[in-house]
Design a protein around this ligand. Sequence first.
Ligand code: IVH
Length: 687
Amino acid sequence: MAAASPAARIRELVSAIRKADHAYYVLDNPILSDAEYDRLMRELVELEAAHPELASPDSPTRRVGGAPGDRFAKVRHREQMLSLGNVTTDGELDELDDRIRRNLGLAPGESVAYVVEPKLDGLAVELVYEDGALASGSTRGDGTTGEDVTANLRTIGALGANRGIPHRLAGAPPPRLEVRGEVLLQKAHFEAMNRQLLRAGEEPFANPRNAAAGSLRQLDWRITARRPLSFIAYEALIPGNGRWKTHWQKLEELAALGFETNPENRRCRGIAEVKAYRDRMAERRFELPYDTDGIVVKVDDLDWRLRLGAASRSPRWAVAYKYPPQEEATQVVDIFASVGRTGVLTPVAVVNPVQLSGATVTNATLHNEDELRRKDVRIGDWVLMRRAGEVIPEVVKVLPERRTGAEREFRFPERCPVCGAKVVREEGEKVWRCTGAACPAQLAGRLVHFASRRALDVEGVGEKTAAFLVEQRLVRDAADLYDVPFEAWQRAFSRPRKLAPGEKAPELPEKSAQNLVDALERSKATTLRRLLNALGIPQVGEATAATLARNFGTIQRFMDATEEDLLAVRDVGPETAREIRAWTGEPQNRRVVERLLAAGVRPAPERVEARGPFVGKTVVLTGTLAGLSRDEAKAEIERRGGKVSGSVSRKTDLVVAGEDAGSKLKRATELGVRVIGEEEFTRLLAE
Ligand code: IVH
């Protein structure tokens, strides 16, 4: 494919990163390896740096991953829970040290004291203590707002995996103390848990991180209590501060207050000592009782930290050094083509089970034909596989020296393995596609998408349920979901499901069926943007769906929009306009929409205000707002007819500057653009 325009590539990257964030933080079900994720993020950072006008204010480069799920009450963190920038080389460590020394104006001979800690591969949480008693505990969520898991956190320590989480602090705690740290599952406990699962014929967890996250995010704290989770504290905050001079003192006080801190933490003078620690830990990491995927390097002096400050996503005083991924050799026993929602056939290698960072890996995606040929993976080949701290298994390379001549090349099937329709690879396309309009695999994928959280949000329609509905010919399109008889849902749920040890027996089929019917009923009161996303229109993801919803307001107006109308929408290009029109022009699709409406699906029209201070205005958000997340602020402005842009130019009408506003504020002042603070902004919103 020809190189995409920077704008298109940015859109692609943003959407891929959002999906990965959602899968990782909200669903506990990662879809990208850390390395892949980091690559996408780096590319996005670079593109945005080269084209600041294309960077949107809610770009993932500006915020921490997961939005909090809706199963738990939400907790706002008093201070944002930041994420860490990643480095992987000595050169980058030196750069970090240079930058810090420059920013602090240190003399050439003066070195920076760092605290180094293993980077724990668990789940970050915040605990709030009031007058020494545990008042609340929450997950990181999107950094600003997390999930209230207080009851679950209280159970940590009950099984003695370590000291756990104190309910009352020892020593002389301040009136309010926030403690941050990592909830994790030790490797031995993780393996025992997986052995039990396997014995019970159930699917094991992919890695200790997922197992810990899954254990913590249980609605019933009694399940959490049965999992031997540990908590290791690494940060303490008090409003106002002034209690500690160095990070090391914080760690000492955390231990005195009754927390487990990491015995591997060290103080280093200068970056050379940091590197030596890194080398030692890289060698010893597999001896540690828990998974680590690197080390965290933090400036020790707290005044210096304040002076260094933070970028929007991560502090300038700390960084994560990530170890290179672990690799293992294994043999490819088969390659097959898996069919997805859009009909794309993805080649998947089945390998002899191999242990990679605590998880058993049995297959790996080979992405597409070009990738498969580039790596030249054949059935029977010995390959190097990688995962390490990463999630999705991948083939690093073939080991040609181990070839015997018996290896076989994989050929894409001429017919879809699921429906038998012809498989084609169009010119200029990277992928083979099934042409079967009624392909069950595609249909099942579309149903899962339709029901997903960001679409119509019908909990309970997962892959297995969707496959069952299609197989039993209960459903031919999304509209049919609303006609599935209760008895059929009961059958769909009467198949055995995997259980974690200690988890309650699954709900009775009729209970699950009732939940599903209720969820379907609730899904009818939806929004236009959700519905447009749910329909699976080519080129229309979440962001485009929102834009279209705002522009057309109702489903009727959208369905009747001409290619020209579509082209007039900002952010809709010619290709997208063509694809959308082709979709809305297709009688089958029109019928599905009509039947959804007839079933009672009522997408609330997206209201675009015609009056008010934001109508037609281009607004730039900068700095942190105390009352609203950036996404929320953006949505509020857009709902009032304004547009939010990522960079300040002469065309900017208004800049909203929160705390720690930086270069954009400066630029606005230079250009004479109107700048308002949070208070004024809140007042305008209320107008
Ligand atoms: S300090 C801004 N220390 O890494 C400071 N984080 O990418 C960030 N993590 O969400 C927290 N071990 O889950 C810190 N010793 C450690 C850590 C650690 C693991 C995780 C934590 C955080 C993520 C940041």
